[in-house]
Design a protein around this ligand. Structure first.
Ligand SMILES: [Zn+2]
Length: 658
């Protein structure tokens, strides 16, 4: 097992170790929904990576929440993430760079913690990946607008954040259940889950019945205007007032009040210069550990702490994450201990430390020795506690659920899989692919229509790209992108015969990932065989990819080259470094300039366009400008799981003053 602990000194890490660590935490967050580190630590990792390799894909990509929408909406200007500050000094340092006098006005606003969205011309769109957002107008019936002096249906153009008010969540969401019948964990989780739904009819009925609308909160609804010279003195008071507001927030946005001036400052590669996000530091509270429940996962048992209810950041916390067995051992956690619970943003609260109330009378250990399902002796595997009995019913349910989720059959959640295994003899993925309508109709809750919808989805899932299959193995550090890269070299069958050495030599793989891949190809061999047995696979290797027109840039441009290249990619071009006869388009910062690229393009009769002209040609297409921020948004292509996990990085509220 690679070491995934967070080192105090990040400079001691090699680039490869750093990348591996970030990918590990991405996976904890994105695929498992079980983050292990705070977002401050996560930011530290990313900042360090940006120092070492500013162009690394992990630096320029960031996750955005997956939203089920009805089409893409292109933003007129790219939406970037905000630069972050963790102390007032850092805020002041930033402000100092841009003030023209002590009287320069700043606007201080809450940094809402939901999904940023823009409503214009009747269309509601998310930030999406920063360049293109998702049209989520179909969710409008679930959302009300809150702006100065108004709370009601969304009826005017606005930029804001889709959230669920803390009071609404606390009072109403006890009635609103997820597809699997369980309640949402927190407002952020609920927003992410709801915005990811494909069908909202049933939920719409519940939300209207209980008056449990989501809120699109106007970014400018709450705003304090403060001159530079008074920020220090008024800071504490404003922060305290903002913290008490009934909205999920993870910080404060500070921006230049003079919009025209602010915009004139432009952007760095990642951030607009005119604003900064001050992140709330993590909040810790003391409580007591009442009990530990072990819940089943795909491979192992996960400990969940039941604690004496404690209010953290306006939310009553009753459960906290204990991560895994090793964590309980390392922190020497016992039932009845006085514990410190930390909540950072809407990351699942976790226990930071535990101490006996009375050292003489230590409570019992929460560690169990036998499987609660099959009573087999449990085994420690790395940091985890696992049931190794292949016939263990719960483990089988979890494995099949994970497999079904990995191949993207969304309608089929754990409760139904469990019922199928119990009542109609489903055992394997293959059995799922062989289901008939008559089988499904035997299950409670299914009618003709829902059964036929499920069958359609199962059928659609039977067409799989080979890289999706490898990504579905959930191997640390091997998501769909890396998998695609590997599979452009080897087919799955070829891959299964490769050694760690051979795979390490592939670009960007390295020995750690190669080792994990070889191990998992072996240990999940049955799953792979089963998949190959029941799906139609599209092979990446040798597949003819559609040729995109090549585009090249020349001259000094306002933004870094990488920015324009990314923009070009998103508009269907393939950026090239040099002018060759195959080039479709050369973009020049200055047409009058005498660069060799320009000269060559003229000689080769290649189409040349001025940067501004090209940018406005992109903008001519129908588009909506939405307030989104994380440039880091293109997100590793997420395979389909995890629609209901909120995410820490894609939801930042950001720069809206375009
Ligand atoms: Zn078991």
């Amino acid at each position: 097992m690679p070491d995934n602990t967070m080192p105090a000194d990040l400079t001691a890490l090699t680039l490869e170790q750093l990348v591996q660590l970030i990918e590990y935490h991405n996976r904890r967050y994105w695929e498992l929904g079980e983050p292990e580190i705070s977002d401050i630590d996560y930011d530290r990792l990313l900042r360090r990576l940006a120092e070492l390799a500013p162009q690394h894909p992990l630096v320029v990509q960031v996750h955005a929440p997956t939203v089920s929408g009805t089409g893409k909406v292109r933003h007129t200007a790219p939406m970037l993430s905000l630069d972050k500050a963790y102390s007032l000094d850092e805020v002041m340092e930033w402000a100092e760079k841009y003030i023209r006098s002590d009287r320069e006005m700043f606007r201080i606003q809450p940094k809402y913690d939901g999904i940023s969205a823009n409503f214009a011309a009747g269309i509601l769109a998310t930030r999406g990946d920063g360049v293109e957002g998702e049209n989520i107008s179909d969710k409008l019936p679930l959302i009300e607008l809150e702006t100065v002096g108004y709370r009601g249906p969304v009826n005017r153009n606005v930029r804001g954040e889709i959230i669920i008010r803390d009071d609404v969540f606390r009072d109403k969401y006890v009635h609103i259940a997820k597809k699997d019948g369980k309640p949402y964990k927190n407002p952020r989780n609920a927003v992410a889950g709801i915005m990811g739904l494909k069908e909202i009819d049933e939920l719409r009925y519940q939300i209207e019945h209980y008056h449990a609308w989501l809120t699109l909160v106007d970014y400018d609804m709450i705003s304090y205007e403060v001159p530079y010279g008074e920020i220090r003195e008024r800071w504490q008071g404003i922060v305290e007032t903002i913290e008490k507001l009934p909205y999920p927030m993870d910080g404060i946005v500070v921006k230049l009040a003079d919009q025209a001036y602010g915009l004139s400052l432009g952007y760095t590669a990642h951030h607009p210069r005119n604003q900064i996000a001050f992140k709330f530091t993590n909040i810790r509270k003391t409580s007591r550990l009442l009990q530990v429940d072990w819940s089943f996962g795909k491979n192992c048992l996960t400990p969940v702490a039941m604690i004496e209810p404690v209010d953290i950041g306006g939310i009553t916390i009753r459960h906290a994450s204990l991560h895994n067995l090793q964590n309980i051992i390392d922190k020497d956690i016992h039932i009845g201990d006085i514990i410190e619970v930390e909540r950072a943003g809407d990351v699942i609260p976790y226990i930071v430390k535990a101490e006996p109330e009375d050292p003489e009378k230590r409570g019992s250990s929460p560690i169990i020795t036998h499987c609660p399902c099959c009573e087999s002796l449990l085994v420690q595997d790395g940091p985890e506690l696992c049931c190794k009995n292949t016939d263990c019913f719960e483990t089988r349910v979890q494995r099949l659920t994970a497999a079904v989720r990995n191949i993207g059959i969304e309608r089929l959640g754990e409760p139904n899989i469990r019922r199928m295994m119990q009542t109609i003899g489903v055992k394997t993925l293959k059995d799922i692919f062989n289901l008939k309508a008559t089988d499904i109709l035997q299950l409670d809750g299914f009618k003709e229509k829902s059964a036929s919808n499920l069958l359609k989805e199962i059928k659609a899932a039977s067409q799989v790209n080979d890289f999706q299959l490898i990504a579905a193995l959930n191997i640390q550090g091997i998501g769909p992108n890396i998998a695609r890269q590997i599979l452009s070299e080897y087919t799955i069958q070829e891959l299964r015969g490769k050694t760690v050495e051979e795979l390490s030599n592939l670009y960007g793989i390295g020995p750690e990932r190669a080792k994990a891949l070889v191990q998992e190809l072996q240990s999940q061999g049955d799953f792979i065989d089963e998949m190959l047995n029941c799906v139609t696979l599209s092979q990446t290797k040798g597949a003819v990819t559609e040729k995109r027109p090549a585009i090249c840039f020349t001259g000094k441009m306002p933004e870094k080259r990488g920015y324009y290249e990314e923009l070009a990619r998103r508009h269907g071009y393939e950026p090239a470094d040099s002018v060759t006869s195959g080039l479709a388009l050369l973009i020049a910062a200055d047409l009058a300039e005498n660069s060799s690229k320009l000269a060559k393009a003229r000689k080769e009769n290649i189409k040349i366009m001025a940067l501004e002209e090209w940018l406005s040609s992109l903008n001519d297409k129908p588009s909506v400008s939405a307030p989104d921020n994380d440039l880091f948004a293109s997100a590793q292509e997420k395979s389909k799981p995890g629609k209901e996990t909120g995410n820490e990085f894609g939801m930042d509220q950001g720069s809206f003053d375009f």
